[in-house]
Design a protein around this ligand. Sequence first.
Ligand SMILES: Cc1ncc(COP(=O)(O)O)c(C=O)c1O
Length: 378
Amino acid sequence: MIYADNAATTKIPDTVLEKMLPFLQGEYGNASSQHSFGVKARRAITQARRQVAEAIGAEETEIFFTSGGTEANNWVIRAIANAYRGKPTHMVTSEIEHHSVLDTCRALERSGVEITYVPVNEKGMVDLTALENVIKPHTRLVSIMLANNEIGTVQPVDAIGKLLRNRGVLFHTDAVQAVGHIPVDLSRLPVDFLTASAHKFNGAKGAGILYKRAEIELAPLLTGGEQERGLRAGTENVAGVVSAGYALEESFGVMDSEAKRLRKMVEDTVDGIKAKIPTVWVNGDSNPRLPGLINLGFEGVSGEALMNVLSLKGVCVSTGAACVSGKHAPSHVLLALGLSEQRAQSAIRISYGRYNTPDEVERVVAAVCEAYYKILHA
Ligand SMILES: Cc1ncc(COP(=O)(O)O)c(C=O)c1O
């Protein structure tokens, strides 16, 4: 089996699992308890907060643990909308965001919040001038993702942040696919809120991170407890939080070498497939792009059929975002690039990660090419 779907989720290394296990077994205390079990759990969370803060250039007090990227995205967008309830409120996002941003914005739209979905160009990039032109006096928040989960394009969040800071507008970036894979330094990056998720960087599922710049106020999304300094109620997922700390520390340690290795694997994959299927195309800009992710389009076949045949051959890829797989609707991201429905439905996403090896590339290429011609000639 070859797992090439690391943008959907990743494997937990033994080194990280070892750090998590005590908190699922002998040291199972509730971090809010005053006795020694509680103290150990609380210390573990403090340590994880320190590790995360250090890895992304933030202060410990700016890091909040959540149940995942979805919750962190919901939290920022809903809390800002709530803060301005009863006043004219406009928010801006892009057409290629993850559904946890898009569907939240759509829900707010139904309750009267004005939302602008800025388009992207055919490479999947947000245009800065177009963004600037939609800012209004009552724009309260802009949410633009750092790296896209389907095509891997990396948005110019530095430039976007500077533009918004000059206009006095809050800026949130969904960095779920970026953190742990490309440098993210919040001591320089002009963003106010940032979302990350442990299971995308070899941590556990169900452990997310919200970074909130210290001077900015945000009301809780979940109420009913004093956890996370009163801003996120609910008993902490101690083992998950611990995984976030150690997995991020590990990912940052190998980030440069991994990025180089993964870029080469992606390049070899594209070259190998192009040699046998000259009509194949790459969806989204190649530069800047996440190191291990590539989205390819195949003339005349459906991505879903390709993915299914590949799965039978032991190669696991995706047709796009994991949450849209299984649905027959074409990807909103590929449609936003201007692809026709048919072309949007002929894409697969290959995403390599820490546990993929260069010798797997040849097998992926062979499997993709065999599967393609098998479907084409069926
Ligand atoms: C860009 C992006 N944002 C948010 C999420 C949601 O994160 P989580 O799975 O932790 O809820 C994902 C997961 O696929 C993602 O890729």
